[in-house]
Design a protein around this ligand. Structure first.
Ligand code: ATP
Length: 267
């Protein structure tokens, strides 16, 4: 099966050589196959965000290589990587421009990867396509094209961000606890939408979550990080059958540490 993402012996530390030295990722290897939807779970400080930042390019690895769709992107900066990587953050305000309208935001996302400066003009012939995409969100946003994004609810905004991150089918979609700031009902809705988009566009995705149930329910593979190492990696049938108590057992067996359900699930 073809690999989309490969992390080869990646190391990342902070404040190296000082008293605050913190080696977060040491010799991390991870491969994602095309169409993998991988959920990432781990306690606070396990290195989940560091892993995402290393992949997105907002942090550079100290050592090791990162390959995306057969290209060595280790030294690429964020703008260069963002032509191929979509990312949705926890904060719904991060992925959209507050003062721009729904259609202007979509136009910007549509031109991702082009040398466009701050060009936000909306190509008229794209409007039917934007409307069609928005209708799929089932939030009536297709009738609010001129509405400033700052006036949308958190859930609407996060759904729009998701659409923007995938409108130009990315090689890889990074979901950084993207439903954690939403209330439980909206969170579920956005997660279902996420699953539908990933399925429909046949995306490869990596999703951080603090919720073990969600990590088990969504995706075809689950990895658990602990002190920057992958201590649990289950996929396919094994993942489908997995329960939260079994996941806790798997963690305890491989890390020889105790884990309570509460230490991973927020809220
Ligand atoms: N820019 C930075 N400078 C210094 N230390 C950092 C930086 N980013 C992360 N760290 C440290 O790296 C470790 C891993 O942090 P990271 O944010 O990757 O964990 P996480 O698994 O995402 O945790 P959480 O679930 O709490 O968000 C922590 O000890 C953190 O303090």
């Amino acid at each position: 099966m073809s690999q989309i993402l490969e992390l080869k012996a990646v190391h990342k530390g902070f404040d190296l050589g000082t008293v605050n030295e913190n080696k977060v990722l040491t010799d991390l290897n991870l491969s994602l196959n095309k169409h993998d939807f991988v959920t990432v779970i781990g306690g606070n400080g396990a290195g989940k965000s560091t892993l995402m930042n290393i992949i997105a390019g907002s942090l550079f690895a100290d050592d090791g290589e990162i390959w995306l769709n057969g290209k060595n992107i280790t030294k690429w900066n964020v703008p260069k990587r963002s032509a191929f990587i979509g990312r949705v953050f926890q904060d719904p305000r991060m992925g959209t421009a507050t003062r721009l309208s729904v259609e202007e935001n979509l136009a910007l996302a549509y031109k991702r990867g082009e040398k466009r400066g701050l060009e936000k003009s909306v190509p008229k012939k794209k409007l039917p396509f934007f409307k069609e995409q928005l209708a799929k969100l089932d939030m009536d946003l297709e009738n609010r094209l001129k509405t400033e994004v700052g006036r949308l609810s958190g859930g609407q905004r996060q759904a729009l961000t998701l659409l923007m991150a995938t409108i130009q089918t990315p090689h890889l979609l990074l979901l950084d606890e993207h439903t954690a700031a939403l209330d439980p009902k909206i969170s579920r809705l956005v997660l279902q939408l996420t699953e539908e988009l990933i399925e429909e566009k046949q995306l490869t995705a990596l999703m951080i979550t603090h919720n073990m149930e969600d990590a088990i329910t969504y995706g075809n593979r689950l990895i658990m990080l602990h002190h920057g190492n992958i201590v649990v990696d289950v996929s396919g049938e094994e993942k489908q059958q997995l329960t939260v108590p079994q996941l806790i057992n798997l963690f305890q067996e491989s890390s020889h540490e105790q884990l309570t359900e509460d230490s991973l699930v927020l809220g």
